[in-house]
Design a protein around this ligand. Structure first.
Ligand SMILES: Cc1cc2nc3c(=O)[nH]c(=O)nc-3n(C[C@H](O)[C@H](O)[C@H](O)COP(=O)(O)OP(=O)(O)OC[C@H]3O[C@@H](n4cnc5c(N)ncnc54)[C@H](O)[C@@H]3O)c2cc1C
Ligand SMILES: Cc1cc2nc3c(=O)[nH]c(=O)nc-3n(C[C@H](O)[C@H](O)[C@H](O)COP(=O)(O)O)c2cc1C
Ligand code: SF4
Length: 489
């Protein structure tokens, strides 16, 4: 530890942060759930803090000018793990041992979603950890986890913490601090907390990327540099794919016209990011608006449904179709017309008290959670053996906990066979049954909107396709593919 601190110091770092979190060695010494020692390193809080204090001293001796900080999980959040009360005793010992600063949140390998908090956990989801530590120490205390510039400011104003720690927000926008300093908060690109390409990639041994910032991992390689051959580009669709393509192509100096049939930009995000827990995803829409407004090369035409024979397409040098997808309503299910699709629900269709959600993928599970949290009685019917099985497993931990807390009933291995006036007919492990419902929502996924690209091809206009109209996936896929496409023009 001392040797590592010496090298960090020589390399010019001002702060050395000791990782006392997530059940790693230092945390193991501090926690009675793992530390069974009976010598001077086990038992009392002072003894369990001894190894951590020795680390602090080793860092101080070897990096005398550096600030020594400590990353602590204040609440392990599993039965038998360390609680906030126990942590209060430990941090007193760390302060007495010479610590300069402490950074607080929760979690452990047993409650991994708190270490990389997904959108389900909401803003400032662990600020209480910092508050509890601040109650018992006088060194600066940092709060961490799903903190935005605005919510961070409020935390500081309330005095719940002395400093704000931001992780993924700085991946999504490495210029976050500079933009705030320059008084341009509307230009800060929000982290959408999906963990898709940062934590997700890291877990699978890949270099990190970012769902909203395609330059992550490609610094110096992916650069929006001026084109030496400016062209006229028509983009159909102002969802994430069309907006990102316009931002990059316009930023390079191409003349870009974006056509959108809706009265606003955002595509599927407009309805799909409506739940409170998707606020950060929703915030991408004003961010794109700000970026495009600043480009005099980009014009957005709203309320214009473009047909393949539109003369403006023939005049463009490049046509990009970013037309998205359409909800899947399987005609093979008798009575499917009695159901509303999941987007119709998000767009404000009336929903009764008892809801059967047909399909437990991301869109169905998220809609079920939103409805249950609003007081509806919700059953999810899913054909596979588990719901949201394509979801990154850390996000899924939070989702399943929230669904359970909201009282959502989940029927897996169960197929919808028909929808009748008496309810939803299903076939499951226990045979056939009927689920009574006031509203049936179809969340069977979506299919790519390929019609426009096919019609253009039939007219001899070669168009590039990007986003969900190639294959319905995620915002991260749409944004990263659109960025690459526009950079190659
Ligand atoms: C309910 C739901 C929840 C979701 N939740 C998440 C999530 O939490 N995280 C995540 O990463 N992804 C989520 N997704 C997926 C994500 O929304 C999509 O992957 C993403 O929006 C795809 O972007 P896109 O631009 O390709 O398509 P879209 O967002 O569908 O945009 C396409 C746009 O093209 C317009 N358009 C189509 N045809 C024409 C035409 N002829 N003329 C003019 N305009 C046209 C449409 O009006 C639309 O605005 C969700 C999807 C759904 C349905
Ligand atoms: C890709 C990635 C790697 C991380 N690695 C570490 C780590 O090595 N040590 C650590 O203490 N936290 C690590 N974290 C967690 C962050 O420090 C932070 O606690 C977490 O991202 C929540 O803060 P945020 O909501 O501001 O992102 C990592 C986070 C990400 C996204
Ligand atoms: S991949 Fe998603 S969660 Fe990770 S930094 Fe980017 S926006 Fe945030």
């Amino acid at each position: 530890m001392g040797e590592a601190a010496r090298r960090a110091h020589e390399a010019g770092f001002d702060v050395v942060d000791i990782h006392g979190h997530t059940g790693y060695l230092v945390d193991q010494f501090m926690s009675s759930c793992w530390n069974r020692r009976t010598d001077e390193y086990g038992g009392s809080p002072e003894n369990r803090a001894r190894f951590a204090v020795e680390c602090i001293r080793a860092v101080k001796e070897n990096a005398p000018d550096a600030v020594v900080s400590f990353r602590i999980s204040v609440n392990h959040r599993f039965d038998g793990g360390r609680t906030r009360d126990e942590t209060q005793e430990l941090v007193r010992a760390l302060e007495a041992g010479g610590l300069d600063m402490i950074l607080c949140d929760d979690g452990s390998y047993e409650a991994m979603d708190y270490v990389f908090p997904p959108y389900y956990l909401g803003d400032d989801c662990m600020v209480d950890a910092a508050k509890r530590v601040k109650d018992v120490v006088s060194i600066p205390v940092g709060a961490c986890g799903n903190i935005t510039p605005d919510s961070g400011e409020a935390i500081l104003q309330r005095g719940d913490a002395d400093l704000i720690v931001i992780g993924r927000g700085l991946i999504a926008d490495p210029d976050l601090v500079a933009k705030l300093r320059e008084g341009r908060p509307e230009n800060v690109r929000p982290c959408i907390r999906g963990n898709q390409l940062c934590t997700g990639n890291a877990f699978f041994g890949k270099a990190i990327g970012c769902a909203v910032n395609p330059e992550v991992g490609y610094e110096g390689v992916r650069v929006i540099s001026p084109t030496d051959a400016p062209r006229r580009i028509a983009i159909i669709g102002a969802g994430p794919a069309g907006l990102e393509a316009a931002r990059v192509a316009g930023g390079r100096g191409h003349t870009v016209d974006v056509y959108e049939q809706r009265e606003d930009i955002g595509g599927v995000l407009l309805p799909a990011a409506a739940p409170d827990f998707k606020e950060e995803l929703r915030r991408m829409i004003p961010w794109w608006r700000t970026q495009l407004d600043a480009l005099d090369t980009v014009t957005v035409h709203l309320g214009e449904a473009i047909a393949a024979d539109d003369p403006r397409l023939a005049e463009a040098d490049e046509v990009i179709v970013a037309a998205g997808s359409q909800p899947l309503m399987p005609a093979s299910i008798p009575g499917i017309e009695r159901a509303i699709d999941v987007l119709a629900f998000h767009e404000g269709a009336e929903v009764g008290h008892r809801v059967v959600m047909c399909g437990g993928g991301l869109s169905g599970a998220d809609a079920a959670l939103e409805l249950a949290e609003a007081g509806h009685e919700v059953v999810i019917v899913e054909m596979a053996d588990e719901i949201a099985r394509d979801m990154f497993m850390l996000n899924r931990i939070s989702l399943l906990r929230n669904l359970a807390e909201a009282g959502v009933r989940i029927l897996t291995g169960t197929t919808v066979t028909a929808i009748g006036g008496d309810g939803v007919h299903v076939e499951g492990h226990d045979g056939a049954s009927v689920l009574e419902a006031d509203t049936v929502i179809a969340a069977f996924g979506s299919r790519p909107a390929t019609g426009l690209a096919e019609e253009l091809a039939a007219q001899g206009i070669s168009a590039r396709t990007v986003g969900d109209c190639v294959s319905p996936r995620t915002v991260g896929d749409a944004v990263n593919d659109a960025y690459e496409l526009a950079l190659a023009l």
